[in-house]
Design a protein around this ligand. Structure first.
Ligand SMILES: [Zn+2]
Length: 211
């Protein structure tokens, strides 16, 4: 048996198990999707949004990329954000990083990861530059990387607030609240590290006047 065949086999068992407990399970889910949360997480295979939050299919709208970045030219992320905020009406957007993130670690080295990865990781180097004083003050590599993970989440939440999508939703609907969380691979616990409630004032430089 090929490794991928196991996934298909497990899928059949999972679907059968769901039906056993609730014969209407898939009928109900296929008709309606009303998640309250948008999750922007890392692609890391050890941080599955539903599993670590004890939520079911249908409860969280998910976008994942390397090191959970919110980049203002990323059409993929912005489309997900637009759809989640304006069509699904999510009440909370969560950016969830994790300690021990390979993308964060990679960005602190001088390694040349070649064109695309260098481009992606540059954003994290910029986060480091903005917070250089705090980070350079830490001598322990692991502590410094942990702090960079937290500061990265904070910056990405702020990046969300700089989009006209969020600013318009705040003005018109008083939602969504923005949350910055960090998941611990070692203990499975999520730590909230930053928050911007709907309507939080932002740097006027990033404000739009015709929302
Ligand atoms: Zn990661």
């Amino acid at each position: 048996m090929y490794s991928y065949e196991r996934l298909l086999q497990e899928n059949k068992a999972w679907a059968a198990g769901k039906l056993e407990g609730d014969p209407e399970y898939f009928n109900r889910l296929s008709r309606l999707q009303t998640p309250e949360f948008l999750w922007i997480g890392c692609s890391d295979s050890r941080v599955p949004a539903n599993e670590i939050t004890g939520t079911q299919p249908g409860e969280i709208f998910v976008h994942r990329n390397v090191a959970n970045l919110v980049i203002n030219t990323d059409v993929n992320l912005l489309s997900v954000l637009d759809y989640a905020v304006n069509h699904l009406g999510v009440k909370h957007v969560i950016v969830c990083g994790h300690y021990g993130c390979g993308g964060i670690k990679a960005a602190t080295t001088k390694n040349d990861y070649k064109y695309l990865l260098n481009m992606w990781l540059r954003t994290i180097k910029d986060v480091y530059r903005i917070h250089r004083k705090k980070l350079d003050a830490l001598e322990n590599d692991e502590e410094r990387n942990d702090l960079l993970v937290e500061l990265n989440v904070q910056e990405q939440v702020q990046n969300l607030s700089k989009t006209s999508i969020i600013q318009r939703a705040w003005k018109q609907h008083k939602r969504p609240d923005l949350h910055g969380w960090v998941y611990g691979l070692k203990d499975g616990i999520i730590k909230p590290v930053f928050e911007m409630k709907a309507g939080t004032p932002i740097d006027p430089l990033y404000e739009y006047d015709s929302l």
